[in-house]
Design a protein around this ligand. Structure first.
Ligand SMILES: Cc1ncc(COP(=O)(O)O)c(C=O)c1O
Length: 451
């Protein structure tokens, strides 16, 4: 077993000043490894071990760590003397807004924020202002950030959730303390892929918005059934709520137009983050101009406050422009590359789980993939939680880390391929997955045998 003495020392020191020693609690995981460098498809830890990275900091580095084109754009903006002015507009924010509106058909107008959570918060606030209603529908198994409307019902244990409810809603199960009960009553978690439950809530309550990732990518890759996203659009039009796509993970990764572009469904509002700036902190709230204009509504009482000292800071703004330019280059070379590697990975994983005689499926959308140890690709969290072998998943991930392949060591977490990965990285990874699964199976005594 690998040991990480330098990492342990750093963590111990940080514990004096940071609760638990780690900022952003979702990063606190085991093995406790401190990383010190990222370049392209690789990560290095404090002991000097190299890893092929598939975690990518929860997925922003779509071009790879420290993409040279993006790094150069950041260097340039700093050496040109750009700063944060906090008064009036800037050429850079105009350029980024234009690039996004020209390339994302459902986005006519945008605001920039710093994080996905800020963007989803403001999308819901905008929907409440526009509709004059307070209730919000969220997905069981979806993640849209840390604020009160959405910090609930992610990987809720089935013992807490109870039997499947359909049509109907689950109780609000906070993933943070401190959410007022009165606020919890405004939020309605339902199954993904379940139009009947959305309709059920709309019959009961005045709903301002439904927010969903178009593919649930915080519990692996849970895809919409054919017609589901179209059905949400119809229900939004029928009941008068705003349809918000949270494309923080899917946006720019699955094409410039995000998953909305693939599905051909137009949400009212969308939020983006992560891959839009290849790891620099910026998020986008965008949508129909008619809705976005509520930010400058002529009636003060209807105007929605979207403000932030650091919004459209020149460094992440320049990074986002450079990232989108890279995504546009050679008529989609980045997307062709990651799709080819994604296909190779999927095929290889399917062959090896078959060879090992495992009950397993590979779920994939472009560059994002996940192995589920169950008989079918799940349709929602309840299906996944009741059928997936979480123990085997976690053991596979830990064994891979020992072998220098970094899958985040929490079961079902999405794996991400970047433009910096090569065919050789995929082939090396597949060999390691094969060995990791055999070790994981024999550790359980389940008799995973090559056949
Ligand atoms: C789909 C989705 N929405 C929103 C967020 C929140 O973004 P941030 O962590 O930048 O606040 C995340 C973060 O993982 C996410 O995956």
């Amino acid at each position: 077993m690998r040991r990480y003495p330098r990492s342990a020392e750093i963590l111990e020191r940080n514990r004096h000043y940071i609760p638990g020693g780690v900022v952003s609690v979702n990063r606190a995981t085991s093995p406790e490894i401190v990383f010190v460098k990222g370049e392209g498809a690789y990560l290095w830890d404090a002991e000097g071990n190299r890893y092929i990275d598939y975690h990518f900091a929860f997925a922003p580095h779509f071009l790879g760590h420290n993409d040279p084109h993006v790094t150069e754009a950041v260097r340039r903006v700093l050496s040109d003397g750009a700063s944060l002015y906090g008064s009036g507009t800037t050429v850079l924010e105009g350029r980024l807004a234009e690039l996004i509106c020209q390339n994302v058909p459902s986005v006519e107008s945008v605001q920039f924020l710093n994080t996905g959570s800020e963007a989803s918060y403001q999308a819901i606030r905008l929907a409440r202002a526009i509709t004059g209603r307070d209730h919000v529908i969220v997905m069981q198994g979806g993640y849209n950030g840390w604020h009160n409307d959405v910090s609930c019902n992610l990987m809720t244990p089935l013992e807490q959730l109870g039997p499947r409810v359909s049509p109907g809603e689950y109780p609000y199960k906070p993933i943070s303390a401190g959410v007022p009960l009165d606020h919890q009553r405004l939020v309605h978690p339902v199954n993904f892929n379940d139009l009947g439950s959305v309709e059920h809530v709309c019959q009961k309550c005045p709903v301002a918005a439904l927010i969903t990732e178009p593919v649930l990518q915080n519990i692996g890759i849970v895809k919409p059934r054919p017609g589901y996203l179209e059905g949400l659009r119809r229900l939004a039009d029928r009941f008068g709520f705003l349809l918000i796509f949270d494309e923080v993970k899917t946006g720019f990764r699955h094409g410039l137009a995000g998953y909305a572009g693939i599905a051909g469904v137009k949400p009212d509002l969308s939020v983006y983050g992560k891959a839009v700036a290849n790891g620099y902190p910026i998020a986008v709230l965008g949508g129909k101009k008619e809705w976005m204009d509520w930010v400058v509504h002529p009636e003060a009482g209807k105007r929605v406050l979207i403000a932030g000292t650091y919004n459209a800071h020149p460094v992440p703004t320049a990074a986002a422009i450079a990232t989108i330019e890279r995504l546009l280059m050679n008529d989609g070379e980045v997307y062709r590359h990651v799709e080819a590697l994604g296909g190779l990975m999927q095929e290889g994983l399917e062959q090896l789980v078959n060879r090992l005689g495992l009950k397993a499926v590979v779920a994939r959308q472009g560059s994002a993939f996940c192995v589920y140890f169950m008989s079918h690709c799940p349709w929602d969290w309840h299906d996944l939680a009741g059928n997936h072998d979480f123990g085997l998943d976690e053991r596979m991930r830990r064994n891979l880390i020992e072998r220098g392949v970094y899958y985040f060591p929490v079961a079902t977490k999405q794996c991400s391929i970047s433009f910096a990965h090569t065919r050789e990285d995929v082939e090396v990874t597949l060999n390691h997955v094969s060995a990791a699964l055999q070790e994981a199976g024999s550790a359980r005594g389940a008799g995973v045998q090559p056949v």
